[in-house]
Design a protein. Sequence first.
Length: 216
Amino acid sequence: MLLHETGQISDNRFGGLRHVLLIILVGLVLVACKSDAKLNPLPADGKILAFGDSLTYGTGALPEHSYPVVLQSLVDREVVNGGVPGEISAEGLKRLAIWLKEYEPKLVIICHGANDLLRALSEEKAAENVRAMVKLARDQGVDVLLVAVPKFGLMRTPPEFYEEIARKFDVPIERHVLEDIEGNEALKSDAVHPNAEGYRLMAQAIAKRLQKSGAL
C-alpha cells in the first residue's frame, strides 16, 4: 500500500513538473511570436530617421563609418542621422517631435537611453521617455524599430524595459547587436563607443531586422 502511494505521489509530482514545463514552453513561444512584429513595407522614397545619441551619431569613427551612413548603403533608402552626443532620454523626447516634423520619415529607429544608463540616472525615467518616444512616432503614423542599449558595466545586458516597450507597442526590436559590440574590445574605439567595424556590424544587424520585419 505504501509503495502504491509513493508511486502515485511521484506520478503526481512528475505530472506537475510537466505542466509547469508546458506553461514555460508556451510562454516562450508567445514571446518569440511577439518579437516577430511586422513593419509596413518601406517605399523606395521612404525616409528613415536614425534617432539617438552618440551611438547613432557615430562617435569614435569617421562620419562615413557611422551606422546610419552604412545602413543607407545597405537598404538603398535615405537615412537621416539624428544622433546627438551626450543627450539623455528626456532631452531626446523633446527633440523627437521636432525632427519628425522636419524630416517626415516613414520609419524611425530609436536607439536611446545610453547616457541615462552611463550616468546611473533613473532607469524608470529612461523607460518612461523611450516609451513616450515610441508612442509619439506611432501616433503620427511613423513605424518604429527599437534598438536595445546595454548597461555599461560587468553585465552588459540591456534593461528589461526595452523588451517590455517592444511588446507593448508591437514593434520589432534589435536586442543583441550593441550588447555584442560592447562586450568585444576589438569592436570599440573607447570604453563606450564602437569603432568603424562595430558600427558596420550595427548597421548590418539593423538592416537584417528591417528585412525580417517586412520593411524591406
